[in-house]
Design a binder for this molecule. Structure first.
Ligand SMILES: [Zn+2]
Length: 463
């Protein structure tokens, strides 16, 4: 009776019912944090629950992982599938551990699954779900105290890819050498069956020089450092190995012409198999172009027509909340999450296109942020040194943030330190009558959202 792939016998049905009931009770009692409680309970009762429930997805499951952008990418794929009349079972932003996946499977109905999965949990979730498609965006240095070296993570991912059944589709970033290599069949040295690569080919978007956050990447075949022709975001770019000759694979989904329009978004011409599409994104920055390329590759692999994909992306709003603008007082606050050097660099680079800016930076060092905040010294705050009118530093590590900004050459008289999130926000808003850009780390973002929600400020997502 304990068939792993089946819907489960009576015992499993009872466990499922109990976990659901606990979810309902938890929501009724109005306690926060109840959102993934049913999944936690179910996994405690039945460790194989994801495999059992996942087997009901007759249209298969797609898994999305990356250090940066997985929520946005998954949101884009969800919009593409919805436009196709195939709304997926989809875990919500941030609920990207096993219990988030289990909760979505428990509480939503649908024939297709789409799961954003935390980097460290990818192998376990992939093993349970036997996905139809795995979408991998990038591996950046992030919260080292939690995960250890990203090369070790790449090894784990490689094992997960090898363990996946033949025929599992892969959408891989050709511009991240650690990711791209996962699509190589080590026996034949050719791309595996079912791999679709995406990447950027517009050299006008190259970084003038390698950034602080650039970690030298070593060839996964021979260990020699890669040589870079261009880099676009952190270590994402065009590389080759001078020792063994390993090359960046040529992507079939490629951004050939990119026009960035600061905070407003971008227009990108994308080469796809058999043609070209024009992609209008309502989200800023080159990092979101990468997210869109991942979503386009995924959509194509899932059988969606290229023109319909373009329409879905155009019609999308930032409903998944990585960037949102909220009216407050006479002005507005635009929120951009920062959590690691590469992601922060993209935010800083986008802000640098805005002219003079007012900022609020919330740096926390709680567990979900990573206790070690030394990463701020690897982010290029220098690029905004000449463009900041005023910055308010908040959060548990506000003084260290202020110190970092002084070293980055930001004028000392423009920097204020106000550790309390609420007082700091009010001070920053009072000092910035127009638009304020708020750059919180993860838990500072949660505090900020709660604060704004408590004040009844309607969320107006960015257009
Ligand atoms: Zn090599």
């Amino acid at each position: 009776m304990a068939d792993r792939g089946g819907h489960g016998g009576p015992a499993f049905l009872a466990k499922r019912a109990l976990a659901r009931a606990i979810g309902v009770a938890s929501r009724r009692s109005g306690r926060g944090g109840g959102t993934t409680l049913p999944g936690r309970v179910l996994l405690r009762l039945e460790p194989e629950a994801i495999a059992r429930l996942g087997a009901r997805l007759t249209g298969g499951a797609t898994i999305v992982s990356a250090t940066n952008g997985k929520t946005t990418t998954a949101g884009m794929i969800a919009a593409i599938l919805a436009a196709e009349g195939r709304p997926p079972v989809h875990n919500r932003a941030g609920s990207n551990m096993t219990w988030g996946v289990a909760t979505a499977l428990l509480e939503q109905r649908g024939s297709e699954g789409l799961f954003e999965v935390d980097e460290a949990w990818l192998p376990r979730v992939a093993e349970q779900l036997t996905p139809r498609l795995i979408v991998l965006g990038n591996l950046f240095r992030d919260q080292l105290d939690r995960y250890g070296e990203m090369e070790a993570l790449a090894e784990e991912w490689a094992k997960a890819v090898v363990a996946a059944p033949a025929g599992t589709g892969l959408a891989l970033n050709a511009d991240d050498p650690l990711i791209a290599d996962l699509g190589r069949d080590p026996d034949t040295e050719r791309p595996r069956d079912g791999v679709l690569y995406f990447g950027i080919e517009d050299h006008s978007q190259a970084l003038p020089e390698l950034q602080h956050a650039f970690d030298a990447k070593h060839c996964r075949r021979c260990g020699h450092p890669y040589a870079y022709e261009v880099a676009f975001v952190g270590h994402l770019g065009h590389y080759s190995c001078p020792n063994c000759g390993a090359q960046r694979p040529r992507p079939e989904v490629a951004a050939t012409r990119i026009e960035l329009r600061g905070m407003e978004g971008s227009t990108t011409t994308v080469r796809v198999p058999g043609g070209e599409i024009e992609v209008e994104l309502p989200l800023p920055g080159l990092y979101n172009v990468y997210n869109a390329l991942a979503a386009i590759a995924a959509g194509l692999r899932l059988g969606v027509d290229a023109d319909r994909i373009a329409a879905a992306l155009r019609g999308m709003r930032a409903a998944f909340g990585r960037v949102e603008t909220i009216p407050i007082g006479d002005g507005r606050v635009s929120i951009l999450l920062i959590k690691n050097p590469a992601g922060a660099n993209e935010v800083l680079r986008t802000l640098a296109q805005e002219g003079e800016v007012d900022l609020w930076i919330g740096l926390n060092d709680r567990i979900a942020d990573g206790r070690d905040v030394s990463w701020i010294w690897d982010a290029d705050f220098e690029v905004l040194a000449g463009a900041v009118r005023r910055v308010t530093c908040a959060g548990t590590r506000a003084p260290e943030m202020a110190l970092r900004l002084k070293y980055a050459g930001w004028p000392e008289e423009s920097i204020a330190v106000v550790p309390g999130i609420e007082t700091a926000l009010d001070a920053a808003v009072a000092a910035s009558p127009g638009r304020l850009f708020a750059l919180p780390t993860y838990t500072a973002l949660l505090e900020l959202r709660k604060l704004l929600a408590d004040r009844g400020l309607a969320k107006e997502f960015w257009r």
